[in-house]
Design a protein around this ligand. Structure first.
Ligand code: NI
Length: 179
């Protein structure tokens, strides 16, 4: 496993649409997932998408089963490795919540997301995953899957008066602002 460099906003590779994974349970795929997990853990990420480490494939990981120190007031949700995801909103209710991104270090914004979703996809073996999520869990899934269509959260911001530096908005919160 290797901690990989996380691409930052402005890198054109973050703007690509990722193709689906077609070969499962391969050594390359296991290495990619291991690298994503290690990179996310090293950065205290709530999630990470393969394009963020320069691999243009529909692979996202999110959750750790524990409270995330970058989002200390949000509930934990299970660690998930999700390939070829599809998100379906359940109902038309939106929620507003604070979001950051390891590719946009040191910043946060209020971003509208679907409150309640179903997400489907497959795991690293190609076995189906189907789950419903709401709240922060649903927010993180939507954020990570956006990375697979070249969308970064600032592109979803509607109210730029609530977009700013973490150190100003949330003094004392560790947001990996040292890079
Ligand atoms: Ni992100």
């Amino acid at each position: 496993m290797t901690v990989r460099e996380i691409l930052k906003m402005g890198d054109q590779r973050l703007l690509l649409t990722a193709p689906a994974v077609t070969a499962f349970d391969t050594p390359e795929l296991h290495t990619l997932v291991a690298d994503l997990l290690e990179t996310m853990a090293a950065a205290n990420g709530a999630g990470l998408a393969a394009p963020q480490i320069g691999v243009n494939l529909q692979v996202v990981i999110f959750g750790s089963g524990q409270v995330n120190p970058r989002y200390p007031h949000e509930p934990p949700f299970p660690q998930t490795i999700l390939l070829n995801p599809v998100i379906t909103p359940l109902g038309d209710e939106e929620q507003e919540g604070w979001e950051g991104c390891l590719s946009v270090p040191g910043m946060r914004a209020i971003v509208p997301r679907w409150q309640h979703i179903r997400y489907t996809g497959v795991d690293v073996l190609g076995q189906p995953i189907e789950r419903e999520a709401e709240g922060f869990h649903a927010r993180v899934v939507q954020h990570e899957c956006d990375h697979l269509i070249g969308k970064l959260y600032p592109m979803r911001v509607r109210d730029f008066s609530r977009f700013g530096f973490t150190s100003v908005l949330f003094p004392g919160l560790d947001d990996n602002t040292d890079d």
